[in-house]
Design a protein around this ligand. Sequence first.
Ligand code: NDP
Ligand code: GDR
Length: 384
Amino acid sequence: MTQKIALITGVTGQDGAYLSEYLLKKGYIVHGIKRRSSLFNTDRIDHLYQDPHIENRNFILHFGDMTDSMNITRIIQEVQPDEIYNLAAMSHVAVSFEMPEYVGNADGLGTLRILEAVRFLGLTKKTRIYQASTSELYGLVQEVPQKETTPFYPRSPYAVAKMYAYWMTVNYREAYYMHASNGILFNHESPLRGETFVTRKITRAASRIALGMQDKTYLGNLSSKRDWGHAKDYVRAMHAILQQDEPSDYVIATGITTTVRDFVKFAFAECGIIAEFKGEGVNEKAYITDVDKELFIAKVGIDFIDGIVSRIGSCILEVDPKYFRPTEVDLLIGDPTKSNTVLGWKPEFDLPALVKDMMESDIKLMKKEDLLKSSGYKTLNYFE
Ligand code: NDP
Ligand code: GDR
């Protein structure tokens, strides 16, 4: 049987890394598009890297950018993919308010470039396309839980750009009979999550506070609610969507929603630190009220127990309004009935398992950083 060929845009991102791993295990040849950067930007996929000098590689990287039509078209022509997973995007909602035009170009028009290249190159029968759509499309609450038929009301330049991409995908499917589908994925996280998204910001901070490396952290809106799943589960759904005979659009979610505030409590509790919130609005703060010593020692280590016990009663989190967004999405909760029944997709991780995975990974990472610092390797200083 000939090996299937997949092309992943955004291969260096959280989902790109998990999807590459998943498809390679399934026997695919995986091509990925990465951006040129002045520093290495392939941390998440370095374990998959193959020396370009060896023959018969099954993981191949190409330089490219979603804003460059020629480049995208040339790569698709060269690769002749059976499946394209369009994951590349400026994916940070808050940052999209700072660079709305770029986001329109990369996240919105970028998707059109892929669709149009496939059409122009005569690959409409051969190449199936997965578009990384998002629960951010639902924005201002119209209906809960949100499903495939819930009206969209995007609330950020990111979401508006993704709405264009969503409808372009639908339009190319209907106009040119392309196998083009949207996965409307709700928030999914992992140890590979970018450090400025709220879950990872919290698990990093909780780990550093546990290890005595940091006193407190600052967040924005603590009351917003998200339906959080694990990225490992969600990349399975992307693949399943492209294996269907007919293209369609699917909500991928857990069906459970949690506040940012509760995620904070769960992250600290994972290593035995009991955190309580006091105050309201911008004056709301979190304090350590107790420590489960046995759990803390098991999860973090005996060396750090005195430090954390001495901090009982102290503040570990404050609200900083600079993290508020001009327009917020207050409540996301997805109805995954269609993906459960049609794709047979079910998540393996629930929220406690997700928090555990992220905390274990961040405690390990932060210990490594702490060890390097205490051994005199702070950061590389090129100018010394
Ligand atoms: P990440 O931010 O981790 O990864 C985004 C990827 O896109 C990175 O590889 C990034 O490259 C690349 N990229 C950004 N801009 C460009 C560009 N102009 N040209 C080429 N590549 C570019 O996102 P995730 O992995 O979390 O998400 C994957 C996709 O799914 C995104 O489209 C996101 O919007 C969407 N999505 C994500 C959800 C989530 O909860 N994670 C939920 C719903 C949708 P570099 O590494 O160089 O920055
Ligand atoms: P989101 O994820 O905007 O849902 O987009 P993010 O983790 O950035 O925010 C979730 C919620 O937490 C609130 N929040 C904070 N957010 C960040 N980043 N930093 C903070 O300090 C902070 N404090 C509170 C936010 O206001 C928000 O309500 C993610 C991205 O992956 C998108 O690409 C994807 O499409 C959606 O999920 C589904």
